[in-house]
Design a protein around this ligand. Sequence first.
Ligand SMILES: [Zn+2]
Length: 278
Amino acid sequence: MDVSLVRKESANTHIMSYSIMKIFTFLFGLAIGSFLNVCIYRLPLKQSIVTPPSGCPGCGGKIRFYDNIPILSYIILRGKCRDCREPISIRYPLVELLTGLLSLSLFTYCYPDYYLYIALFIFTCSLIVVTFIDLDHQIIPDIISIPGIFAGLIVAILFNVFSFYPIAWHDSLIGILLGGGILYIVAAGFEKLTGKEGMGGGDVKLLAMIGAWMGWRAIPMIILISSLTGSIIGAASLLLAGKGLRTRIPFGPFLVLGTLVYLFFGIKIQNYYLGLFR
Ligand SMILES: [Zn+2]
């Protein structure tokens, strides 16, 4: 058999298995997104995320397994409960889609490093849950941020033993102190000046967790992106709502946005700005 033909064939198999893996990571992300919806709904209510199985918030009817397929079920049921026709929030399929797309993007970003993909996907899932709980309840549960701080540090330590993680353990440790420290000082200073609580302790612990996973070098850019987007959206919503300064806009979702932008584009943005000063 011709050697070049064999090579071509193995390259083709490689491309095919890579495409299959991409499809799989997308579907895997959709399924995990379905679980994240349960976490978002139940964690703030201090309910178990394992039992009982999901029920309709309208009639309490148990959701059948064939009505629990990510995205598809929502489309088939036209966004209504099969039993009581109560509308199902569009947010459920959107969270599933978001998780699926982030899983796929992380996989292609990390390929061929599967361990890095798994670690960063777990981190990203916790960020998704934090975002929607903060939007709904204006809290960031300690049950995510505090274990998340330790998990980030442990991942950095463990992965560096096998030397395929971009963040050293000391970068992670300084990230925790810097991330938590900066926001703590800002929050305490704001409280002292105005006598009002502007930023919650939840944000402080969230940025400490982000520092643990992304390393301290990521902190300045993440703060820059999140405060820029946060003030633009905040000013716009104040103008639109006209409720005065009493409207509280959660900061967690902007920290998450800044983190995801840094994760996927941080190095490119940094190089672009450094290039401007050359
Ligand atoms: Zn129902």
